[in-house]
Design a protein around this ligand. Structure first.
Ligand SMILES: Cc1cc2nc3c(=O)[nH]c(=O)nc-3n(C[C@H](O)[C@H](O)[C@H](O)COP(=O)(O)O)c2cc1C
Length: 212
């Protein structure tokens, strides 16, 4: 089949200004709960875009683990490529796809490391093998083979066989403080609905409709 012949209409539903929450976080939470209820696969997975000091963008999927009025939290290795880029340029962009609902949400914001206490709280809730894996993987660095990784994993497992696996000092969370949101809902004949929330200097959110 030709790629250019793959197309469908987006008819799931429209988005109107008077149905939107004034607070974008409340709007996001409502959509997240609807995505979970609709059975969207990996509803908490989002694409995180970072930009290097030289202006080169890169992206990868991570999982949203916590959300409150302060922002969006995910966990990772602090020496990974994404973390190195964030340390040099905290401006990031998040993208939740939710195509099953003919929706997407884009969020721009500033990424900041969360406290060790907050990272520890999440780390101890993870399965033990995931805790060991955090120690065993120097994420984004070159390795010689899968075998070398598995050997590292079992040696760390033996090392921490007794007692709890400690939180690695190179592993933890980032919180993205949002500055701009866009909520997108597909519409018929490519006349989609898009609403942008921009954070004003007085802390209020300005809501504007964008052309599809
Ligand atoms: C569904 C899914 C969820 C993922 N969740 C995370 C995550 O929460 N944290 C993380 O560091 N990597 C996660 N990854 C792996 C990342 O996409 C990426 O490969 C890794 O973090 C290294 O990225 P970097 O080299 O750009 O830093 C996930 C991948 C997928 C496909």
């Amino acid at each position: 089949m030709k790629l250019e012949d793959i197309r469908r209409e987006y008819l799931a539903g429209g988005l109107r200004r008077n149905n939107l929450q004034d607070d974008p976080l409340q709007q996001f939470e409502q959509w997240m709960q609807q995505a979970i209820a609709a059975g969207v696969p990996d509803p908490t997975a989002f694409t995180l875009a970072t930009v290097s000091a030289e202006g080169k963008p890169s992206q990868r999927i991570v999982l949203l683990k916590h959300l409150d009025e302060r922002g969006f939290v995910f966990f990772t290795n602090y020496s990974s490529k994404k973390a190195q880029e964030i340390e040099q340029n905290a401006q990031v962009c998040l993208h939740f796809p939710w195509q099953m609902m003919e929706r997407q949400v884009e969020i721009e914001g500033l990424a900041k490391r969360i406290s060790t206490a907050e990272s520890l709280k999440y780390f101890i809730s993870r399965p033990r093998d995931s805790q060991v894996a955090a120690w065993a993987s120097h994420q984004s660095h070159r390795i010689s083979s899968r075998k070398a990784l598995m050997m590292q994993f079992s040696s760390i497992k033996d090392k921490f066989a007794k007692g709890e696996v400690p939180l690695p000092d190179f592993w933890g969370g980032y919180r993205i403080e949002p500055q701009c949101f866009e909520f997108w809902q597909g519409g018929g004949s490519r006349l989609h609905d898009r609403f942008q929330y921009s954070l004003l200097s007085n802390g209020a959110w300005q809501i504007e409709r964008l052309a599809p």
